[in-house]
Design a protein around this ligand. Structure first.
Ligand code: GDP
Ligand code: MG
Length: 163
């Protein structure tokens, strides 16, 4: 079986855009178990010679602010079960939010290898966010633009050791 890579992070950081770039149109499975894995999408992904199942943890956008953290945790726990690695995505243009910090703190306690991905990093507007990302204590982030296809070689380098 192919290894699984789970894409996680707060809403609007570009998880689905990254998923779509990695998977293209070949979405293998839609799992919509109510309340837990709603809108979770899985698909066969290629990144150069790496082949894996990418998991987009979506559907959190519909949760209210008061339930967001709990739902996020629940859904992510379900997706992380048998994952080979997780990509924690932040928005380098927006900078860190409390939800990003909450997520990073929680992920530190998980056993799955974690790659910090700073998306929307095309252009200099992302520079402050890339520095700020160090505050998460997860090391240097991989700067990418999922929308423009920038940084995919760096993402490969970061992911390859775990697959
Ligand atoms: P998700 O909620 O984390 O799944 O985020 P989406 O993939 O739906 O993207 C949220 C918004 O960010 C959309 O308007 C995307 O077009 C935009 N976006 C995604 N990737 C990039 C990127 O690399 N650069 C920029 N500037 N915008 C992006
Ligand atoms: Mg999404």
């Amino acid at each position: 079986a192919l290894p699984k890579v789970v894409i996680i992070g707060r809403p609007n950081v570009g998880k689905s855009t990254l998923f779509n770039r990695l998977v293209g149109k070949r979405i293998a499975l839609v799992d919509d178990t109510p309340g837990v894995t709603r809108d979770r999408r899985e698909g066969e992904a290629d990144l150069s010679d790496l082949h894996f199942i990418a998991v987009d943890t979506a559907g959190l956008e519909e949760a209210g602010p008061e339930t967001l953290s709990g739902r996020m945790r629940q859904q992510t726990e379900a997706a992380l079960g048998d994952a080979a690695a997780a990509l924690l995505v932040i928005d380098a243009r927006a900078g860190l939010t409390p939800l990003d910090r909450h997520f990073a703190d929680w992920m530190r306690g998980q056993k799955v290898p974690l790659v910090l991905v700073a998306n929307k990093a095309e252009g200099s507007a992302a520079d402050p966010g890339l520095y700020e990302a160090f505050e998460l204590g997860l090391g240097e982030s991989v700067a990418i633009s999922a929308e423009h296809g920038v940084g995919m070689a760096d993402l490969y380098e970061a992911l390859a050791p775990h697959l």
